[in-house]
Design a binder for this molecule. Structure first.
Ligand code: GLP
Length: 241
């Protein structure tokens, strides 16, 4: 595991974008795994800036998002589908047919998850960007998720509902379920870059570094990955000895 401590959130986003730009230059046909949440917003801004300066080209890039609320309309401002187009896809030249986001409108979540998993197996993810929840969730793999968990419909934990409902106009409107790729899919990616910013992530990072892999804190499963880089700001790293 490689740990990079950035001086602040701005620097964290810049460092993450520089790594990604290098990877894309090495392989312009890269398949990216993408997260949502507040943490990657700075990274998306940096990537858009680099694209506008013609430093980077997304025309051959393929992407798979980690998760989506369920049920939710794509047009809902709180859907991850909406988030991704608003904060990233609309501003770069990634092709629509190369974008993959789990469909929160599906009537058949089981089939949706199976197809999504198969599509990732056919197009393995080269670089997976990740955030982490305060309770140790990655994607929507909540505490209790097994190492070999697959893409599936899950119930959101009370902690996640509490922490994510701040984005909803009426906090009660947050869907209680979600579709998520499993830990197994995340672990199968060639390179993982996990971003964590702020004091409220410090404990999760301490657990990731000090604990043994365990279901109660799913992010700990990633510590055995051969190519994991953590990019933390000083606050997220503040409980490390
Ligand atoms: C959501 C997403 C996760 C993300 C987490 C942290 O629950 N499903 O993929 O890592 O939020 O979000 P934030 O970056 O806003 O702290």
């Amino acid at each position: 595991m490689k740990i990079i401590i950035a001086k602040d959130y701005k620097n964290l986003s810049k460092v993450a974008s520089e790594i990604l730009i290098k990877e894309i230059k090495k392989n312009p046909k890269l398949t990216l795994g993408l997260p949502t949440g507040s943490t990657p917003l700075g990274l998306y801004k940096e990537l858009i800036k680099a694209y506008k300066k013609k430093k980077i080209n997304f025309s051959k890039i393929r992407s798979f998002n980690l998760d989506e609320y369920y049920p939710i309309k794509k047009s809902d401002k709180n859907s991850y589908h909406y988030y991704m187009f608003k904060n990233f896809f609309n501003h770069v030249n990634i092709k629509k047919e190369n974008i993959n986001v789990l469909n929160g409108e599906t009537k058949n979540p089981k089939k949706e998850c199976l197809n999504y998993r198969k599509k990732i197996e056919e197009n393995p993810i080269d670089v997976q960007i990740l955030g982490v929840g305060m309770n140790g969730h990655v994607a929507f793999d909540e505490p209790g998720s097994k190492f070999n968990s697959k893409t599936r419909l899950v119930k959101l934990s009370s902690e996640t509902l509490k922490s994510n409902s701040r984005f909803f106009k009426n906090p009660k409107d947050i869907p209680k379920k979600a579709l998520t790729v499993g830990i197994k899919t995340i672990f199968s990616t060639k390179k993982i870059i996990l971003l964590a910013s702020g004091k409220n992530k410090a404990l999760a990072i301490k657990h990731l570094i000090e604990d043994k892999p365990k279901s109660q804190f799913p992010v700990t499963f990633l510590k055995k990955h051969k190519n994991l880089t953590l990019i933390l700001d000083k606050e997220a790293a503040s409980l490390l000895s």
